[in-house]
Write a protein that binds this ligand. Sequence first.
Ligand code: FE2
Length: 217
Amino acid sequence: MISIQSEGRRGFLRAAAAFAVLPLLPGCRPDVSAQIGGADIRQRLLKNAIADAGCEWCGARDMPENLASKAVIAGPDEKGERLRIGGRVYLHDERTPAPNTLIYLYHTDIEGIYGRGSEHKHGRFRGWLLTDAEGRYEFETIRPAQYPSRRFAAHIHMTVTTQDAREDWIDSILFEGDQLISARERESRKGGFNPILTLEQSGGVLTGVRDIALPRS
Ligand SMILES: [Fe+2]
């Protein structure tokens, strides 16, 4: 702090001039760091969330107030195999980490059903993750089942939203060994890398890695 009493009048004028300049130098203002925080990032992400209520796959618009890079989607009391998936989000080049990317995900329950009764159409297993400084994310949930029709492989839907690009869907997470994975799903790379995960057992939890490259915007 500048002590005006010890500076005298000339010092006071210098100090006053310095304070007058401060608003033009955002980097020097002590309140700026508080402004460039989670709330601002969330607001920018919300602007890029698709608001159209008719969009069947969107969900970024429902992001909670507090976002983190890790989340539990299905609590420990939910029936089903425990599943933990993590990875890193990169820019389209598949090399540059993409921090502060919002991932929205949702999946069916162990009977292949999304919403029941008054639940959201995407069901109760929905999650929002904000990648950390290295682009990392992780979530724990239960392994979803194929739809009751048994026409499609079990999957976890994902969308990505950044501060620069609108919400977009990427290839769903699939699980190697599922007989219903189609040839088209094996070839698709919207979201980069391989969305078909080979799961491993780790202390009673199935684990997998789903790295993501952001779609070209
Ligand atoms: Fe689905």
